[in-house]
Design a protein. Structure first.
Length: 500
């Protein structure tokens, strides 16, 4: 089916795009969604998410606006609070205080409301107990500010969003790739698309770009993230090639944010080059806080226990990328086996086990065995045995006197069976993108808005630098997608009223 003209054209069909489409529809427009992927690969990175979400809640009433809790949960779970100040502080601290203050405030202040709105569209939420809470004295206590997940993870979130789009009569054109923007008198007036081998123009009163970052484009990765990133693995969709960003820059949009930065995690060494729709995020290996990580020299290279996983996992992929051969092994002993997350127990895992450290050393592919044994002995001798181990707080059980300290959750590696997992860098999404204002409007290099052009999701710059607080990507996509869609609809409406 060919579309020639629409009041609002949305580029992409992931979380941000579908939120934009639904919001545009709510605001009275008839949006059309263009998606480069075939229907069988729809959902973009959104399909691959675990589903964690980070948003502001001050009390149980706030929480119940988003999640339906049982009587038992109300009685036995301590959800704590995550205030506006907590979220702002986490964004500031993790981005080295570089995050754009206006965009960050918009994200934080609209975070809960965006989820309540998504719930009204059929998206479901549930408490995220795994990895975020612990039972203490009969009560479940959350730590780390993240209590909620999109129910069913990426597949269910994607299904709910597409169902909502269908229920709102929003057409989605698959295998339709936006290649450039058309302008008239400085305003965006359409999109050139490739569809079925044909290149043609779709006229539009407003366009929302929500087509993801450039992580799936090896050339752009290398150009912006640096040498070696052409070899990095991509955790999600192969379709986020930076096309939307390039299109916007081509008509003068201002580049914004951390162009040499990206969200990157420790990811199975033998994972495929792009995400696997069955394994999902199972290739991640996020219990490293209880491990020591060693490189090809058998040396530790990072403080595995610097902070909760929520606040380090998105930057440690880069640290692994910088190691010789771009890999590391996470090493655990039997004492922490029960703390390992589910992803360590999948079938598609690069794992070795051994009953002695010497046997393990010989099995760590690519690692200097003597160097590894030396590292373990030095590390074991440095662990502060006088401080009790407690996985739910930053317990301060660190190491003494090592060149690379471990600050929390340090345990000796001495109890067989030993197990080790090989990881490399897995890129999630890139941080550099286009500049938008708090209305979702794309800003021109001159500092003025480009009339008729809006953007949301991974492809906006300015929110994340160096690092990322877990659960912020989907919420940011929902917040800015919703804003962009509503304002695109208003713009289209004004344009129809005054076409000059
Ligand atoms: C393995 C994994 C786990 C994650 N877990 C979480 C999590 O638990 N919580 C969280 O908050 N975030 C998580 N994220 C991050 C999250 O996926 C993203 O922040 C979010 O989904 C991005 O949404 P988006 O709409 O911007 O992009 P996407 O969902 O990627 O959508 C972009 C769409 O644009 C399409 N497209 C690209 N170029 C074009 C073009 N030229 N023309 C037409 N269409 C185009 C793509 O095919 C794609 O469908 C995870 C990511 C991955 C990969």
């Amino acid at each position: 089916m060919k579309v020639e003209k629409a009041d609002v054209v949305i580029i992409g069909a992931g979380n941000a795009a579908l939120c934009a489409a639904l919001a545009a529809k709510d605001a009275g427009a008839n949006p059309v969604v263009l998606e480069t992927a075939p229907q069988s690969e729809r959902g973009g990175n959104t399909f691959f998410v675990a589903g964690s979400s980070r948003w502001v809640y001050n009390d149980i009433d706030d929480i119940q606006q988003v999640m339906d809790l049982t009587e038992e949960e109300l009685r036995t779970v301590d959800f704590g609070t995550y205030t506006r100040e907590d979220y702002l502080e986490d964004m500031g601290r993790l981005t080295q205080y570089r995050c754009d203050p206006d965009l960050t405030e918009t994200l934080v202040d609209n975070s809960r409301e965006a989820l309540v709105w998504m719930k009204s569209k059929g998206v479901k939420f549930a408490p995220m107990y795994k990895g975020q809470s612990q039972k203490i004295d009969g009560r479940i206590k959350f730590f780390g500010g993240q209590i909620c997940m999109f129910w069913g993870g990426g597949p269910e979130l994607t299904a709910a969003l597409f169902n909502a789009a269908e229920a709102h009569d929003i057409p989605i054109h698959y295998e339709t790739t936006a290649v450039s923007l058309v302008t008239k008198g400085g305003a965006v007036s359409g999109v050139v698309v490739e569809q079925g081998g044909e290149t043609r123009e779709i006229q539009a009163d407003a366009v929302v770009l929500a087509s993801g970052g450039f992580q799936s484009n090896a050339e752009m990765r290398t150009r912006y993230l640096g040498p070696g990133y052409d070899l990095a693995k991509v955790r999600g969709t192969q379709h986020n090639n930076g096309g939307g960003i390039t299109m916007a820059l081509d008509i003068g949009a201002m580049p914004w944010g951390h162009w040499s930065g990206a969200h990157a995690v420790g990811w199975d060494m033998n994972a495929p080059p792009f995400g696997d729709r069955v394994v999902g995020d199972g290739f991640q290996k996020h219990s490293y806080i209880f491990s020591i990580m060693v490189n090809a020299n058998g040396e530790r290279f990072v403080d595995e226990g610097a902070d909760f996983r929520n606040f380090t996992y998105a930057k440690y992929g880069h640290v692994v990328q910088q190691q010789p051969g771009m890999f590391a092994w996470q090493v655990f002993d039997a004492k922490v086996d029960e703390l390992l997350r589910d992803e360590y127990r999948i079938r598609q895992v690069t794992k070795v086990t051994a009953d002695s450290l010497e046997e393990l050393a010989a099995k760590l592919d690519g690692v200097d065995a003597d160097g590894f044994l030396r590292t373990v002995h030095e590390y074991n001798a440095a662990v502060r045995q006088d401080v009790p181990f407690n996985p739910v707080i930053k317990d301060g059980r660190g190491t003494d006197g090592l060149a690379v300290a471990k600050s929390n959750w340090a345990n000796t590696i001495d109890t067989p069976p030993f197990q080790a997992y090989a990881v490399t860098c897995g890129l999630t999404f890139t941080f550099g993108g286009v500049r938008i204002d708090t209305d979702g409007g794309v800003i021109h290099r001159t500092g003025k808005r480009i009339p008729g052009l809006y953007a949301a999701g991974e492809m906006i710059g300015g929110l994340f630098y160096f690092n990322y607080p877990s659960g912020s990507g989907l919420v940011a996509g929902a917040v800015f997608g919703r804003i962009a869609g509503a304002n695109a609809a208003r713009h289209a409406d004004n344009r129809r009223a005054d076409p000059t």
